[in-house]
Design a protein around this ligand. Structure first.
Ligand code: ADE
Length: 244
C-alpha cells in the first residue's frame, strides 16, 4: 500500500517512520510512505501557503491552491481517496482503519493554523478524519496515527497474524487482562486459573474478562458488539458479580 502525506513539516516524520512496526512495514515494502512538502506547491515566490481570513478575524487560513496543485500532481485521476485530517472529521475507528488498509493508495492532507480553506474540503477531499475530540496544533501527529494503525494491518507486517484478531476493538470489545512472570509482585498475584493453563478454561476466562472490562469502561462498545449466546450468559454473570 502507498500513503502520500501532504504536509508543511515532512521532517516531523523522519524518526517515527523508522521505528517499530511502521519501520518494518516500510523496510519490507508492504508500505510505502511518500512525504510531500506543501510549500513546494505554493504559487507564491516566497512559498506562502496561507492568508488572512475573508470576513476578518484572528489567525491565518491555509490557501486552497497548494493543496489542489499537490493532489493534482501526486494523484491525478480522482480514484485515490483524499483524506483531510481535521478535528472536524469523522472520528477514526478500527473499522475505518481496516477500510483504508484495504485500499492500494491513500492521500492524507495535513492542516494547520486556524484552518484550511473550505474549498479543500468541498472540492478536493473525499473524506475527513479526526483522531479524537481534542485539538492538536496540526494534522501531522494525527496522520501519523493513521499511518501506524493502517501499517500494522497490512499483510505480512505483524509476525503473528492472529494477534490483530485477538486485540482490543477487533471484535468490538476491550482486551482481557494480560499477565507474564513473575507470578507475584508486591502481593499481587496472577489469577490461579491462568497459571493452571487449562486451554478451554483460559479461553472462557479471557472472554468473560474482556466482557467485564468493556461493560465497566466502555458500555457504548458493548451495545454495538456482535455477542454470542455464550457471551450474553457470561455478561449476565459479570453484571451480577459487579453488583454483588
Ligand atoms: N488537527 C488538529 N486536531 C486534530 C485532531 N484531533 N484530529 C485530526 N486532525 C487534527
Amino acid at each position: 500500500m502507498r500513503i502520500d502525506v501532504v504536509t508543511l513539516f515532512p521532517e516531523f516524520y523522519e524518526s517515527p517512520l523508522q521505528c517499530s512496526i511502521v519501520g518494518r512495514a516500510l523496510a519490507s515494502g508492504a508500505l510505502q510512505v511518500k512525504l510531500w512538502n506543501l510549500r513546494e506547491f505554493s504559487h507564491d515566490r516566497h512559498g506562502k501557503v496561507d492568508d488572512t481570513p475573508y470576513g476578518g478575524g484572528a489567525g491565518m487560513v491555509m490557501s486552497p491552491e497548494p493543496f489542489f496543485a499537490a493532489v493534482g500532481a501526486i494523484a491525478p485521476g480522482g480514484e485515490t481517496p483524499v483524506v483531510l485530517i481535521t478535528p472536524q472529521g469523522e472520528t477514526l475507528t478500527q473499522a475505518k482503519v481496516k477500510e483504508l488498509a484495504a485500499r492500494p493508495r491513500v492521500v492524507l492532507l495535513c492542516g494547520h493554523y486556524e484552518g484550511v480553506d473550505e474549498r479543500v474540503r468541498t472540492g478536493l477531499a473525499t473524506e475527513e478524519i479526526s483522531i479524537g475530540d481534542y485539538v492538536l496544533s496540526g494534522g501531522e501527529p494525527a496522520a501519523l496515527v493513521l499511518v501506524d494503525a493502517v501499517a500494522r494491518l497490512l499483510p505480512g507486517v505483524l509476525g503473528n497474524e492472529a494477534s490483530t484478531e485477538d486485540e482490543s476493538f477487533s471484535d468490538g470489545l476491550l482486551e482481557y487482562p494480560q499477565y507474564t512472570r513473575p507470578a507475584a509482585i508486591g502481593g499481587r498475584e496472577v489469577p490461579e486459573l491462568l497459571k493452571r493453563g487449562h486451554h478451554a478454561e483460559v479461553r472462557k476466562w479471557r472472554r468473560k474478562e474482556a466482557l467485564r472490562r468493556t461493560l465497566l469502561r466502555r458500555p457504548d462498545l458493548l451495545a454495538r458488539a456482535d455477542l454470542s449466546e455464550e457471551d450474553r450468559r457470561l455478561l449476565a454473570e459479570v453484571a451480577k458479580e459487579e453488583k454483588g
